[in-house]
Design a protein around this ligand. Structure first.
Ligand SMILES: C[S@@+](CC[C@H](N)C(=O)[O-])C[C@H]1O[C@@H](n2cnc3c(N)ncnc32)[C@H](O)[C@@H]1O
Length: 253
């Protein structure tokens, strides 16, 4: 199925003002990447954990794909791979098609909301890898993410992987503060060094337009991993972690 209007869409008002808004998406997509060094390491680990040989003609699904940044990273490294990018935001998908016009033969975009299980009916066939970046922390209501894991498992081929590059909740208040200060210290140092001392994190942040989009409903890492095991994934682990930024996932036997 191509783009579908037969599956649930997001109707929440605050969502419509953020991911549902063309203006918000343009601001989000144009802002400087001051978290780039963390994001790059996270993406690199996703790429390394996909088990199939680099020249395999794998089919991937990126959920909460935005304009497809993570899927594109896979397609650049795997020339025989194809990707389906799923997101609820029409504006994001439009941007994805525009930005990735050169990959149009290997990349398709589907509009569907992960809030309801019927999103699975919007995608055809099965996948060798299901990936996601910085999107699934939006879903904790009624343990929605737990069910998303189950739905993903059902779409995967044997030998496939599910890899989520996301944020998790620190287990304690003390660790939350410690992680925050470790992350800020690291980014501040990176920005000072890469700008030859001309700027720092506070200045870059002050100059970056706000794209606040409501509280993140991150889960606890232990719980996320337990949910993956419960569904049937094997070799479940957190593959990479920096403070509360993680890459975790599992494989289908
Ligand atoms: C922080 S962005 C990350 C986008 C992309 N994965 C990336 O790393 O650049 C979060 C994405 O989740 C999408 N999203 C939010 N709610 C969603 C929903 N109910 N169903 C599907 N996607 C959703 C947003 O439209 C947005 O593209």
């Amino acid at each position: 199925m191509a783009e579908s209007d037969s599956v649930s869409s997001v109707t929440d008002a605050s969502w419509q003002q953020t991911w549902g808004s063309q203006e918000f998406i343009e601001r989000w997509a144009s802002k400087g990447g001051w978290q780039a060094p963390i994001r790059e390491a996270q993406t690199a680990m996703v790429l390394r954990m996909i088990p199939q040989p680099l020249d395999a003609a794998i089919r991937i699904l990126d959920i909460g794909a935005g304009y497809g940044a993570l899927a594109v990273a896979v397609l650049i490294e795997r020339l025989n791979a194809t990707a389906v990018c799923l997101d609820a935001s029409e504006a994001m998908l439009k941007l994805g098609k525009e930005r990735n016009a050169d990959l149009r033969d290997r990349m398709s975009f589907i509009q569907a909301s992960l809030e309801a299980p019927d999103w699975v009916s919007s995608v055809d066939g099965s996948f060798d890898a299901v990936i996601s970046a910085r999107a699934l922390h939006h879903f904790t209501a009624n343990q929605r993410r737990r069910f998303i894991f189950q739905e993903v498992f059902g779409l995967m081929r044997a030998g496939g992987c599910f890899i989520n590059a996301d944020n998790v909740r620190a287990p304690t208040k003390e660790l939350s503060q410690r992680y925050r200060s470790a992350r800020e210290g690291y980014l501040d140092r990176f920005i000072r060094q890469s700008s030859d001392g001309k700027t720092n994190l506070a200045e870059v942040r002050a100059a970056t337009p706000s794209t606040f989009h409501g509280p993140h409903n991150n889960g606890y890492l232990d719980e996320e991993l337990a949910w993956l095991k419960e569904v049937g994934f094997v070799d479940v682990d957190c593959f990479w972690k920096f403070a509360t930024t993680v890459v975790y996932g599992g494989f289908k036997s």
